[in-house]
Write a protein that binds this ligand. Structure first.
Ligand SMILES: [Cu+2]
Length: 117
């Protein structure tokens, strides 16, 4: 009977460590990042700087816009920031994204060389 009790508590301990391991796995999932490529309108190198600066909101670890392809590669933490929030920030800076258009006011405040419309 005593051996059986030991067996039970060993089993209990094993279950316990298994669940704490599962928690650790969940935790690492939270820190995971997502990579997304979105189309952002722009024209030149100063657009690139402006777009990337606007895209780097809290939770974004990488923002790289390609002048030729007009594609912005984003690496961000989905538990901290949504793609929509990043795109809104870019639109506020004057650049159209796939989902959000820059307001005329934001667009008109861009320097002449950056007018892409
Ligand atoms: Cu420009």
């Amino acid at each position: 009977m005593k051996t059986f009790k030991y067996f039970l508590s060993a089993l209990f301990l094993m279950t316990l460590s298994a669940s704490s391991f599962a928690q650790m796995t969940d935790h690492s999932k939270m820190a995971m990042t997502k990579t997304e490529v979105i189309k952002v309108s722009g024209k030149c190198e100063s657009c690139k700087a402006r777009i990337e600066k606007a895209a780097k909101v809290d939770g974004v670890t990488k923002a790289d816009w390609n002048v030729k392809t007009k594609l912005l590669t984003l690496v961000y933490n989905p538990s901290k920031v949504k793609s929509d929030d990043i795109q809104k920030s870019i639109a506020l800076a004057g650049h159209d994204t796939q989902k959000y258009k820059a307001t005329d006011k934001a667009y008109n405040s861009l320097p002449g060389c950056c007018k892409y419309r």
